[in-house]
Design a protein around this ligand. Sequence first.
Ligand SMILES: Nc1ncnc2c1ncn2[C@@H]1O[C@H](COP(=O)(O)OP(=O)(O)OP(=O)(O)O)[C@@H](O)[C@H]1O
Ligand code: SF4
Ligand SMILES: [Mg+2]
Length: 364
Amino acid sequence: MAGSGTDHLRAPQDALIRCENLVVEFPVGKSGLKVHAVSDISIDAKPGETLGLVGESGCGKSTTGRALMQLPRPTGGRVLYQGRDLVQLPGAELRQLRPEMQMIFQDPISSLNPRRRVFDIVAEPLRIWKRASGAELTERVNRTLENVGIDPAVADRRPHQFSGGQCQRICIARALVLEPKVIICDEPVSALDVSVQAQILNLLEDMKATYKLTLVFIAHDLAVVKNVSDRVAVMYLGKLCEVAPPDDLYANPAHPYTAALLSSIPVPDPRIRPSEENVLGGEIPSPIAPPSGCRFRTRCPRAQDMCAQVEPKMRQIGLGHYVACHFPLEATGPKPGAAQLAAKRAAVPARPVAPPRPPGTQAF
Ligand SMILES: Nc1ncnc2c1ncn2[C@@H]1O[C@H](COP(=O)(O)OP(=O)(O)OP(=O)(O)O)[C@@H](O)[C@H]1O
Ligand code: SF4
Ligand SMILES: [Mg+2]
């Protein structure tokens, strides 16, 4: 299979976590067909960095996140954590590394066991790994709950007695209690309303600084990803399209799919009419039989014959800016709808700010 290239990867020794040519395929019953969920994806994150992974529903974001965690092990490729290939690591050795890599899931309520008390949910990793017991365990659980804005006095309640935002705080506490180095955040705010989203994003930023975390932040919302990421990778149908620092990606999208995603961000201003130019037509093709060449070609307004025959490789077009496209927007003239895109981007709020909370109170 032709690859999407690895030019955008930094030096291996600089990355805390890195995957090379990652492939994840799922068999379709006994038909012999396969779902090509992730096809030759390479990404990396330096220590302390937040890598945003964005794309529309079904493009393979969660599968990529889970493959980084070896849940399950990928079909092909390498996943390097501190230089060690997790794919080749025997199960017992992989298990020893698990406390250093945690995951936060999209649906906070269903990812918490409804039968267990919040204290026990957060304490469980410490108990499993025998990291603390007795008074020390209580102190670590309470401290972690306090750090995420949950009052330890209510830790004897069960998840259904908390709001969605509080449940996501509990999930974050559970992920943090072992003091991991990497957290894969799989759409951690998608199930929450906008004001609670802002609180959880701010909390993740604060926890990132407190615990010196490296984050892989998965989302389908470009505005959310822009505000939290140091680098953004755009995915389409199991492939990577574009990798760039967020400001550059927003100001100068080079891949037609990135431009289409940006133009689909709703503008909170009735005077700005939606642009028709970058609106995506058609449906996302089936990952069981993805298009030849460039997978975006069936929906791309710029597609040419070559796009059906040759898969584009990732190549550099600016400082830290890489694109996998034969005819990127910069190279062939002014971007379609550039003026409207600029107006829309200006309307995307900077990092959402949570309403101030009186000291001693907890957010919901
Ligand atoms: N266990 C599985 N068995 C078969 N197919 C799967 C499995 N998990 C995911 N897929 C398929 O792989 C593709 C990628 O799924 P994935 O959940 O990674 O997408 P996503 O980008 O996270 O989407 P969303 O934004 O909706 O969460 C989809 O076509 C999905 O149906
Ligand atoms: S390679 Fe061709 S089809 Fe693919 S995004 Fe670029 S122009 Fe469009
Ligand atoms: Mg997903």
